[in-house]
Design a protein around this ligand. Structure first.
Ligand code: HEC
Length: 304
């Protein structure tokens, strides 16, 4: 039973490690059924499960067979009138051979002849498993030396790192080739929201901006983004520029190093779409009145 549980655990650990590798790449855990590798995992899972069951059944059959063999041997011994001596199990044989225990009767032979105040010493050898570990590591050291340092067949850590960086760069280049970055020309930027842009903008906003401007843009550390008053201008170009460059001395960082131009455009459009939504608990207006229209209204406010 213990072996059974252990095998089961090992199999699940193996499958888990396998699946986690894939998760990094394809988001397997986010949407397992939609994953292109899903049929492969399913089939592999079944193959593993079947193999496991076959092995378990085989082990069980062997055990049953053993019982019969022992019964037959017992009967034969009884017929011949001799005492039945059970064969040690394979496991016991293996255990004894890797440990080479000496029985208490043998101790006389390996007793060393020095005697310190009644304390004597047995000449016990190191157990074979220990020695094989040592020989194994000596062989491994030689292989390691040749493979990693003489022939260079396998890369050292630095080489592995370089190879991974190269692979990542290749993947990045491939990604950029199929998703060319959208160039945003601020001077020509026009507020033309689509549902897709606003959805992406909302995502960017929720991740990066909520801590200071609050969930509905009503403002807290940062100003209210839903009213018609703006510290740095309310046109889409102004909004884009202030997000890109920040107002560092006032606590609004420059987002250019964090967000792509496309993301800044998306979040600017999202902010523009918040204007006039009148959320609860708004922060008092700050800055200059700006109203969109054919002739934008720009007016000083007294609240500053
Ligand atoms: C650490 C707090 C903080 C975070 C995070 C933050 N802001 Fe700000 N933001 C501010 C502050 C403070 C101001 C006001 C700057 C000033 O007083 O000139 C501001 C100003 C602005 C303005 C100009 C408002 C106006 O009245 O002209 C916009 C637009 C803006 N933020 C958008 C964003 C966006 C988009 C994000 C997320 C990508 C973001 N902010 C994240 C603190 C923050």
């Amino acid at each position: 039973m213990r072996t059974f549980t252990l095998t089961l655990l090992l199999i699940f650990a193996g499958i888990g490690a396998f699946a986690q590798d894939a998760a990094v790449e394809t988001g397997f855990w986010r949407d397992p059924f939609g994953d292109p590798m899903f049929p492969f995992y399913l089939v592999t899972g079944f193959v593993f499960l079947t193999a496991f069951l076959v092995v378990m059944v085989a082990v069980y059959m062997l055990k049953v067979l053993n019982v019969f063999i022992r019964k037959a041997a017992e009967e034969r011994a009884e017929k011949l009138g001799i005492a039945y001596v059970p064969q040690p199990s394979l496991w016991t044989k293996f255990w004894n051979s890797i440990n080479a225990f000496r029985s208490a009767e043998e101790e006389r032979d390996i007793m060393l002849d020095h005697n310190y105040d009644g304390i004597r010493e047995l000449d016990n050898h190191l157990p074979p498993w220990w020695k094989w570990l040592l020989y194994g590591s000596i062989v491994w050291a030689a292989v390691y030396l040749v493979v990693y340092h003489v022939t260079g067949t396998l890369p050292l850590m630095d080489g592995e790192y370089q190879a991974e960086v190269e692979e990542a760069n290749a993947r990045k280049a491939k990604f950029l080739a199929s998703n060319p970055p959208v160039a945003i020309d601020v001077d020509a930027l026009v507020y033309e929201p689509t549902d897709a842009i606003l959805a992406k903008g909302k995502q960017v906003y929720t991740i990066n901006c909520v801590s200071c401007h609050m969930a509905e843009g009503q403002g807290s550390i940062g100003p209210n983004l839903t009213d018609d008053y703006w510290l740095h201008g309310g046109s889409i170009k102004d909004i884009y520029s202030v997000i890109r460059d920040g107002v560092v001395e006032k606590g609004m960082i420059s987002w250019a190093p964090v967000l792509s131009p496309e993301q800044i455009r998306d979040v600017s459009f999202y902010i523009k779409s918040l204007v006039g939504t009148n959320p609860a608990n708004p922060k008092a207006p700050q800055g200059v009145l700006y109203k969109e229209g054919p002739e934008p209204v720009v007016e000083e406010t007294s609240s500053l």
